[in-house]
Design a binder for this molecule. Structure first.
Ligand SMILES: C[S@@+](CC[C@H](N)C(=O)[O-])C[C@H]1O[C@@H](n2cnc3c(N)ncnc32)[C@H](O)[C@@H]1O
Length: 223
């Protein structure tokens, strides 16, 4: 079955990056399992050791979820997308390809590890998609303070403690019918508590359901 990416060169780049990410997954799973066994993890957020460990890991969104996001962007005719958590930019490539297919626009991407941001920029250039990506380097609590127009689609693929600060900044910019997709809302449900408090607050006009992707993928719609 053909995938959603029509550009064969882009798909080859994505395949290479996905393979790199998947090769790191077993080691990353082992690192966190061992820390959980030693009761060293907290739902309040990653500590210094976890941040250090993850500083050079891709942790890319799985291909099926990324393709789903691409199709959502196409269905919405999205021209302004916010990606919360960019890493080496794998999911960004899917989102930017969808925006290009929609006739142009911008993916506002966010990454606070300088080394990851540099690799992401190189990947965007290799894909020929950099003109559709506004990569904001630094802590998203600062870099998302200004969003220059209505947002059509949001991918929330971030350390969970950042989901609430991110949605507080982006929520007021969502256009009616906008969609947020949030990753791993079942597997890290405890960490998503503050995010769901925001989603379920009637004042914010959002409705959501959990889709049966691995780890749970939340689909949130702005009414
Ligand atoms: C799960 S990874 C993103 C993977 C990416 N969406 C992909 O599919 O390739 C989450 C990223 O968010 C970054 N991050 C975590 N906290 C952040 C913050 N406060 N501001 C900006 N970036 C942050 C991490 O460095 C990490 O690279």
């Amino acid at each position: 079955m053909a995938g959603v990416i029509a550009d064969a060169k882009l798909q080859a780049l994505i395949n290479r990056l996905q393979a790199q990410s998947q090769a790191q997954e077993a080691e990353t799973g082992g690192f966190f399992a061992e820390r959980a066994r030693k009761m060293e993890l907290s739902w309040d957020g990653f500590d210094e050791a976890s941040h250090r460990y993850l500083a050079d890991k891709l942790v890319a969104l799985e291909p099926d979820k990324a393709e789903f996001c691409h199709l959502m962007c196409r269905a919405l005719r999205a021209t302004r997308v916010v990606e919360v958590g960019t890493s080496h930019g794998v999911s960004t490539l899917y989102l930017a390809d969808a925006v290009r297919a929609n006739g142009g626009g911008v993916v506002i991407a966010t990454e606070y590890e300088p080394a990851k941001a540099a690799i992401a920029r190189a990947n965007f250039a290799e894909a020929g998609l950099e003109r559709f990506i506004d990569l904001r380097e630094g802590d998203l609590r600062e870099t998302l303070k200004v969003i220059e127009g209505p947002v059509d689609f949001v991918l929330m693929d971030i350390w969970v403690e950042m989901a609430r600060p991110a949605i507080e900044l982006i929520g007021p910019r969502l256009r009616p019918g906008a969609v947020i997709v949030a990753d791993n809302t079942v597997s890290v449900a405890k960490g998503y508590g503050a995010f769901f408090d925001y989603v379920r607050d009637p004042a914010n006009g959002l409705t959501s359901m959990t889709l049966p992707f691995a780890g749970g993928l939340e689909l949130v719609v702005k009414g």
